[in-house]
Ligand binder design. Structure first.
Ligand code: F0G
Length: 348
């Protein structure tokens, strides 16, 4: 069956869109995580959001935001980004035939994401400031003609809520716990809204606990105060002043969940562990898996635990140690001799 994209798949739960700009986003795989299942003693799942068209969950929101902008007669779209929003906005704007303007924190965006944005023809502006200042700028520069497509745009959250619908459908009920990385706070806000919508539509009665994971050096929601110069290897969530602060706090509190901080070492170890299960994610997404591993099985509710893996590993190739292929003579004997030596691929 052809997957039609989230707007057509969940038309009854989304605001109407006259003309849909879609790249077939959503419908992403939900695969078991044997390692997390062993650790937590419960069914544990990985939602592979890196399988979206531009390699991150942002596409769910962007189909809605760009469709609506086009419908409203916008001349272009604008956003600030740590990288994935930029790549997604650039792709959907290209699809819609709209110019796309992107404001980035200079030197702080992963290579794969920058390449994507320029490949789709976006105009990229870098500022000597953090993401927070870039967002302030984009917000002030935006207008009815140039629509802001950051998650402050309510259409973005509507679209991103659909990950909750997919999880409820795939499992036949809501998960007991959903773990996801938190940067600007939009995604945890949207996901929680999605579960409540599903319940309010009479499709389930229970709701999951929402666990938000931040990097230790960029953990304003755990500290309860903005972080002036956020630092972490997970550049996607290097944010010290989340725009959706209130929504994120509400999601964790109202659901009986919490926020967890993980170190950069934890994040990189988690990235390696997931890769060892065949799933390659960028560091921000690995943070969710690291955070899930911190949960105490003794106090976890029964039921499914889902880790939302927000972005593909190819987004940020520089986060992984450079590969060093073993050099051999170009003969079958030489290659066979190596293989007979045993061992599979190694993380360098
Ligand atoms: N994971 C990835 C891979 C992200 O790119 C982001 C955010 C998050 C998690 C956190 O989501 O901000 O809604 O709490 N990236 C934004 C961007 C900030 O500009 O691409 P959030």
């Amino acid at each position: 069956m052809r997957w039609p994209g989230i707007v057509a798949a969940y038309r009854d739960l989304l605001p109407a869109a006259a003309r849909v700009v879609t790249l077939g986003e959503g419908g992403t795989p939900l695969v078991p995580s044997p390692s997390l299942e062993r650790r937590l003693g419960r069914p544990a799942w990985l939602k592979l959001e890196g399988c979206n068209p531009t390699g991150s969950f942002k596409d769910r929101g962007m189909t809605m935001a760009v469709s609506r902008a086009l419908e409203a007669g916008a001349r272009g779209v604008v956003c600030a980004s740590t990288g994935n929003t930029a790549a997604s906005a650039a792709a959907y704007a290209a699809r819609a035939g709209l110019p796309c303007w992107i404001v980035l924190p200079a030197g702080a965006v992963a290579r794969g994401k920058l390449v994507q944005a320029s490949a789709h023809g976006a105009r990229v502006v870098a500022v000597d400031a953090g993401f927070e200042a870039a967002l302030d700028l984009a917000r002030e520069a935006a207008s009815e003609r140039h629509v802001l497509v950051n998650s402050l745009n309510p259409m973005r959250l509507e679209g991103q809520a659909t990950v909750a619908y997919e999880l409820c459908e795939a499992l036949g009920r809501p998960p007991a716990v959903v773990v996801l990385p938190v940067g600007n706070g939009g995604n945890i806000t949207a996901c929680w809204m999605g579960f409540r919508r599903w319940r309010d539509a009479g499709r389930c009665s229970a709701l999951p606990r929402m666990v938000g994971v931040q990097a230790e050096g960029a953990s304003p929601l755990i500290r309860g105060a903005p972080v002036e110069r956020p630092q972490t290897v997970a550049s996607a969530i290097r944010i010290g002043r989340p725009a959706s602060w209130a929504g994120a706090v509400e999601a964790a509190a109202a659901s009986g969940g919490r926020f967890v901080a993980v170190s950069d070492d934890d994040i990189l170890a988690a990235q390696r562990a997931l890769a060892g299960e065949g799933v390659f994610v960028e560091p921000a997404s690995a943070a969710a898996y690291a955070g899930a591993g911190r949960l105490d099985p003794a106090v976890l509710p029964d039921g499914d635990v889902v880790c939302v893996l927000t972005g593909h590993g190819l987004k940020d190739p520089d986060a992984v140690p450079a590969p060093s292929p073993e050099r051999v003579a170009a003969t079958p004997e030489a290659v066979r001799a190596l293989m007979e030596g045993g061992g599979g691929a190694r993380w360098p």
